[in-house]
Design a protein around this ligand. Structure first.
Ligand code: DHB
Length: 495
């Protein structure tokens, strides 16, 4: 995988032979934010973070230092990876978390990364894919090492790096947080010419992370196979859906997760737990004035008595920034509450709610991720991601490989492992970030609720500080509720 394509370098010379950072080479720039404020900052761009550069279009980072920032300022590292595609280092944006981070005094770092579509051409005209798994996370880890390498001469504190990303980028942010210093990445990073430094981070912000790919198909069918939209499958796909759904309980039980009060989270109480998380989310939104329609399956009461009892009191850590659902003082209804509906959400008809979710956006096919089955299904982006430098698409789950009469190779299995933030939590060899902010939209169907729920719970079970929410009425999206995110960041950074 880590082949060197020196032939391509001639076009883009000269490339640095050693890692460099020149504190005097910054350019003065400014930007107007969504709220009208002007941010003045110094930009340091195209800083290559490896010495054995394989793809000069992507393997560098940009750094933006707002006026007033010092070497003690926290660093906000935003990855713009989407769809596991290549992502060139870009500028901060006025209307997302990078603009806001500059305003809040963070040094903003935006690394480029190779992705599944990245190609270079060799001298003899051969196309080589440079960014298949696990290259994107290797690039990001090299970027973190670069920041540590120059920590003493660069603005920003490399011991306080906060990572942020959405979807496949949420997966990258999750990987940065959950694989710090893990030895299984070390040889790759050394070959790339990454700095010989630690690559653990302080906190990870993950919006709708597309993770646990080898179990995402079973989670998807387990959650959705009874919905209206799965009732019209042809017999072949209906059988796949049923088989995959039936594999999820054993996987879930194998994780040995437990809730904050010690209750084991097992297949028998799992749907009730998801229900309690959706009720918690809707109640927070309702308390803030949102209209929660009964038609989605919610049941309301004027009293909190008799409310649906989740397997744990109040769900996962209520979240310092979001707060647990609070009854309004004196029993008054907040503005926007509906008259006869009742203040408290006491139950949710999950069948109704899931039918609503799948009505907002059609489900993926079956299987949702490892979809490639000869003569039946086309490859997915994930089949592409686990392909090799020739541009192949491959299966990465035992289930789908068997449908094709093949098996997952050891190499692909290892790539899948390196791309899954569930792989190393609690292994004693990995410096997992102490702080986590994980959001997955309450109507996001790009991956099923169990995927982020298991991840958040596993981190919490490992003693990490986790603020998790199935964010009310959010589709597959990220960098939202920035007031809430930056309030949370303030609490963890001031501790
Ligand atoms: C993304 C979305 C998906 O549904 C997926 O399977 C992989 C990546 C994305 O938006 O990055």
């Amino acid at each position: 995988m880590l082949l060197m394509c020196t032939a391509t370098f001639a076009q883009i010379s000269p490339l640095p032979k050693a890692l460099t950072f020149d504190a005097h080479a910054g350019k003065r720039e400014s930007m107007q934010l969504y709220d009208g404020t002007t941010i003045n900052y110094t930009a340091y761009e195209q800083l290559y973070y490896v010495t054995n550069i394989e793809d000069a279009a992507y393997q560098y980072l940009n750094v933006y230092v707002p006026d007033g920032a010092t070497r003690q300022s926290p660093i906000f590292l935003r990855t713009y990876v989407g769809g596991y595609m290549a992502s060139a280092a870009s500028q901060p944006k006025a209307d997302d978390a990078t603009g806001r981070a500059l305003k809040e005094g963070f040094v903003v770092v935006i690394p480029g990364t190779r992705g599944r579509n990245a190609k270079v051409e060799t001298a003899d005209g051969k196309q080589i894919y440079t960014g298949r798994a696990p290259q994107a996370i290797l690039d990001l880890k090299a970027a973190v090492r670069y920041l540590r390498h120059f920590d003493k001469v660069m603005p920003g504190d490399a011991e306080r790096i906060v990572t942020d990303g959405t979807s496949a980028g949420g997966a990258m942010s999750a990987l940065l947080g959950a694989t710090g210093n893990n030895p299984e990445y070390a040889a790759y990073l050394q070959q790339m010419g990454a700095a010989d430094e630690r690559d653990d981070v302080f906190a990870s912000v993950c919006y709708c992370p597309i993770i646990d790919l080898e179990h995402a198909d079973m989670a998807y069918e387990w959650l959705f196979h009874q919905t209206e939209s799965r009732q019209h499958l042809d017999p072949t796909h209906a059988a796949y859906s049923k088989e995959l759904a039936s594999q999820f309980p054993d996987y879930l039980n194998s994780l040995q997760l437990h809730l904050a009060d010690g209750t084991r989270l097992i297949a028998d109480n799992y749907l009730d737990y998801i229900k309690s998380e959706l009720i918690r989310s809707a109640q927070i939104a309702k308390n803030a004035g949102a209209d929660i329609p009964d038609s989605l399956g919610f049941r309301f009461s004027t009293s909190a008595m008799g409310r649906f009892a989740p397997p744990v009191n109040g769900g996962m850590q209520p979240g310092r920034a979001t707060g647990a659902p609070q009854p309004p003082a004196g029993g008054m209804r907040p503005m926007g509450g509906r008259g006869p509906q009742g203040e408290y959400i006491v139950d949710l008809d999950m069948q109704k709610y899931l039918n609503y979710v799948v009505a907002t956006q059609p489900l993926k096919g079956v299987p949702a991720f490892d979809s490639q089955i000869d003569g039946i299904n086309r490859p997915s982006g994930e089949n592409d991601e686990f392909g090799d430098s020739s541009g192949s698409t491959v299966n990465f789950t035992d289930y789908t490989a068997q449908k094709n009469g093949t098996a997952v190779s050891d190499e692909v299995r290892q790539h899948v492992r390196l791309m899954n933030p569930m792989s190393f939590i609690g292994d004693g060899l990995t410096a997992v970030a102490p702080h986590w902010y994980i959001r997955h939209g309450a109507r996001d169907r790009d991956t099923a609720f169990p995927v982020p729920v298991n991840f958040a719970t596993k981190l919490q079970n490992a003693g990490k500080d986790v603020d998790f929410l199935l964010a009310w009425n959010r589709p597959h999206s990220g960098d939202y509720a920035l007031d809430e995110l930056f309030a949370w960041l303030k609490t963890i950074l001031n501790e």
